[in-house]
Ligand binder design. Structure first.
Ligand code: BGC
Length: 838
């Protein structure tokens, strides 16, 4: 029998069969990535995994790679629930392939400040756009039998001191902004789990917060499992609250203490029973509970375990990215290969990111891709007859780079890679493996050992000095051919496990090498554990170690000069600039919005010598671009997933239109940004701006951004012809309720190419009694049309768009009267308008 969303008495019977100890055991993870099995009731293990831009699986390991989809800001830039649904389906395929039942995503916190470290991992500054994309992604996953776990509930919109910082936010802003995507994820998409956040709201940490009960489990009717963020649960109080599961396991603060609390009458057994019921319901939905058919019968072949990523999903990664790329400036140079912009015979490709782009941000969202396509690769494939010249120009990277697999060999077998050994105190070998990567991570599966050793035979590809080193917390010794060249302690661990593991400090030493000569490199690292877990524990089973190198860059002027020479005579120049996982990651916020290193100087210098300079920005979130008006074309391309380079080439050649529209405002300067600060003061981050974040704040301040929310050009032009409004009555989505309206907008493609347009509908209303933004997004729709064709975009404006949260009555409220409905190309535009009376 299939499980529905109504309480199932058969599950109650199963709960009743368990002893208190058996029940409580289920409430803490079995290990880092799985929930306990319980044979007594036919419950199998459920594996959970990050994502959400691909599914990593239970190991972070190049031997078990994953589909690397474009990051969240890219997906949101499509403004397209249809493709977000397919993205969820692809993630479900990957989850099945890796035996994963719950994908820990989507991340649906908001872009309150562009400095937010995980900005790249969240969708938008707008709650509605976030909700639309999230709902589609979750449906795509869950329709294919994999649970979503939208996170982090709630107000986890920054990283600094994220375990302890408390957010002060008004009730109105909480409900009109930060809870909106979660409400949609739960009420409309029916998410089977939700992750509670690390931070506190109003002084109460989220794993203990009453918001887990109301509105989540109350008004919204959430019947799934509240999974904690990793190590976020620090108390028994959380067990009495709406928190259901403590992750990771196997140890945690509940266990025996919770059994004692129930036996002592301090926590009612019904509280525990409810949590167990939820876990069993989740398992039933996933097909992990004997006697229950899964919520979705496994149907398509893509749902079955396959050896590698489905080629159709790889193709989707490319399609998503082409639809996500936002063209913000074009003097006519793009697309290449038209009568006015002929196919170039010579192309200068510049920038470290052209060769080593970031296809994803850092932190727990990281997956290990099977392979990635760089812009240089993509351009080579797209322009087989052109002469491509590459120059680095400027360096993005901070820290060390992993070695190229072709340059390192296992000393024992000669196979490409490195030998890694975990050794006991007596030198006995605990684990001995050949790895095909030198950026290594064990999250929960590092063996208990005394010392970690990496050995490899490195063959230099060029003569001269290079920097050899590593990144890890703790002490390490590096030997070259048996002689110690560097010994160092990097003991200053960032105060955050995410940062400590995934963005640890690094060190290097300069070594002279000869091209073609092979050197034996050995790193020896005593294992001390990471003493910065938020729950106070010192976990031995986690280790992040990069054996790395970096080029010696002393003469940054010379690098730029070399690039300028390459650019000077080229028919077209493509400069790829960006950030990387050292800048945009988890566990810390960005400190500024500049492009790292001398990339700004590089673009300015190149644009000065070649008027056909196209700049491609490879970042997950906004950067300031002082040269933006001096270049021929500018593409904002996000962390574009494994097919990144092909997608860039598709757009440059016009095989695909750059279909994206900004999901977040890009500023001219940092000083212009209305809400920047993400640093807690006395442990508190005050969201004093209330409901005015993102474009709402920009409009209120009257400041002109570089590119507004919703903005993006295509390769054609559009006229907005007419708008019609129809009462839609009761819409099927629960959030819409009655009172929604359907807006039909006629648009004509007035250019010469087929194109794609995102029709945006905003509402506006002056009110003396209700604090409202100058306008707010109320709906959107994507249309495609051939040259000269007219299409009608159908936009649903939900009843909720006309409502506001009333902090007096603690409820949604409607203020009768006239609303102005604005049809626009972006948040600052007004193409058509109409009046709606509510
Ligand atoms: C992150 C979560 C992630 C979890 C497991 C936490 O540090 O905040 O987003 O799912 O780790 O990796």
């Amino acid at each position: 029998m299939m499980v529905g969303s109504t309480p199932d008495p058969r599950i109650d019977e199963l709960v009743a069969r368990l002893t208190l100890a058996q029940k409580v055991r289920l409430l803490t993870g079995a290990d880092f990535w799985s929930l306990h099995a319980e044979p007594a009731v036919g419950l199998s293990t459920v594996v959970v995994s990050d994502g959400p831009s691909g599914v990593r699986g239970a190991v972070w390991d190049e031997r078990d790679p994953s589909l690397n989809l474009p990051s969240a800001t890219a997906l949101a830039a499509t403004w397209d629930p249809e493709i977000a649904y397919r993205y969820g389906v692809a993630a479900a395929h990957e989850a099945h392939r890796k035996g994963v039942g719950v994908v820990l995503g989507p991340t649906i916190n908001l872009h309150r400040s562009p400095l937010g470290g995980r900005h790249f991992e969240a969708y938008s500054e707008d709650p509605l756009l976030t909700a639309e994309i999230a709902e589609a992604f979750i449906r795509g996953l869950q329709d294919h039998g994999v649970a979503a776990c939208p996170k982090h509930y709630v107000a986890n919109d920054f990283e600094t001191d994220r375990f302890t910082a408390s957010v002060e936010v008004s009730e109105q802003a909480l409900h009109e902004l930060y809870l909106v995507p979660f409400e949609r994820a739960v009420v409309d998409a029916g998410a089977w789990s939700v992750m509670s956040a690390y931070n506190a709201v109003g002084g109460t940490t989220m794993s203990e917060h009453p918001l887990l009960t109301e509105p989540l489990k109350g008004t919204w009717g959430f019947d799934g499992v509240v999974i904690s963020d990793w190590t976020a649960v620090r108390s028994l109080a959380s067990a009495a609250a709406g928190q259901d599961v403590v992750m990771p396991g196997p140890d945690g603060p509940w266990g025996d203490a919770l059994v004692a609390a129930v036996e002592g009458g301090r926590i009612p057994v019904e509280v525990v029973d409810d949590k167990v019921h939820r876990i069993l319901l989740l398992a039933a939905r996933l097909g992990a509970l004997v006697g229950f058919d899964p919520a979705v019968p496994p149907v398509s072949s893509g749902d079955a375990a396959t050896v590698g990523t489905d080629p159709a999903d790889t193709a989707l990664a490319r399609e998503v990215e082409t639809r996500a790329i936002v063209l913000v400036r074009n003097d006519g140079v793009l697309p290449l290969g038209t009568p006015t912009s002929p196919t170039p015979a010579t192309i200068a490709v510049l920038g470290q990111s052209a060769l080593r782009p970031r296809t994803q941000g850092g932190g727990s969202a990281t997956v290990v891709p099977v392979s990635t396509v760089s812009p240089l690769d993509g351009l080579r494939a797209a322009f087989p007859d052109a002469t491509l010249s590459y120059a680095t120009g400027a360096v993005v990277h901070d820290g060390v780079l992993p070695f190229a697999l072709g340059d390192v060999r296992d000393p024992e077998t000669g196979a490409p890679g490195v030998r890694t050994r975990f050794l006991a105190a007596d030198g006995g070998v605990v684990l001995d493996e050949v790895r095909h990567a030198t950026e290594l991570m064990w999250l929960g599966n590092a063996p208990v050992a005394h010392t970690f050793v990496v050995v490899t035979d490195y063959t230099a590809t060029a003569s001269g000095p290079i920097e050899l080193g590593w990144a890890v917390i703790g002490s390490t010794t590096l030997e070259v051919d048996g002689a110690v060249v560097l010994e160092s302690d990097l003991l200053v661990a960032p105060e955050d496990i995410g940062a400590a593991l995934m963005a640890p400090p690094s060190t290097t030493v300069r070594v002279d090498v000869e091209a073609g000569r092979t050197y034996r490199l050995r790193w020896t690292h005593p294992l001390t554990g990471i003493p910065s877990m938020p729950d106070g524990s010192d976990r031995a089973e986690v280790l992040g170690f990069t054996a790395g190198w970096r080029p010696v860059v002393e003469e940054t002027d010379a690098l730029i000069a070399e690039a300028v020479e390459v650019a000077r005579t080229a028919d077209v120049v493509v400069v790829v600039v960006g950030t990387n996982e050292k800048v945009e990651s988890e566990g810390f916020d960005r400190t500024d919005l500049r492009l790292p290193g001398r990339q700004d100087d590089l673009v300015a210098a190149v644009a000065a010598v070649n008027p056909r300079t196209v700049v491609v920005v490879n970042s997950g979130s906004p950067v300031v671009m002082p040269w933006r008006d001096d270049v021929a074309a500018l593409l904002l391309t996000w962390f574009g997933g494994q097919e990144y380079g092909h997608a860039i080439a598709d757009v440059l050649t016009g095989v695909a239109e750059p279909g994206g529209r900004l999901p977040t405002t890009w500023p001219k300067t940092e000083a212009d940004v209305p809400i920047l600060d993400v640093t807690p003061h006395d442990g508190v981050v005050r969201y004093d701006e209330g409901i005015h974040i993102g474009y709402r704040a920009w409009l209120r301040a009257g400041t002109e951004p570089a590119y507004p929310f919703g903005f993006g050009l295509g390769y054609t032009t559009w006229s907005y012809d007419a708008v019609r409004i129809m009462d839609a009555g009761v819409h099927s989505g629960a959030v819409a309720a009655s009172g929604s309206v359907r807006v039909s907008v006629d648009v004509t493609n007035t250019g010469e190419r087929r194109g794609r347009q995102v029709v945006q509908v905003y509402l506006s209303r002056a009110s003396l009694t209700v604090d409202r933004p100058l306008r707010w997004l109320a709906g959107s729709a994507v249309v495609t049309a051939g040259a000269g064709e007219t299409r009608t975009a159908e936009v649903l404006v939900r009843a909720r768009a006309f409502q506001h949260w009333d902090a007096q009555t603690h409820a949604w409220s409607a203020e009768p009267g006239r609303f102005t409905l604005i049809v626009a190309r972006d948040a600052t535009d007004s193409a058509l308008d109409a009046t709606v009376v509510r």
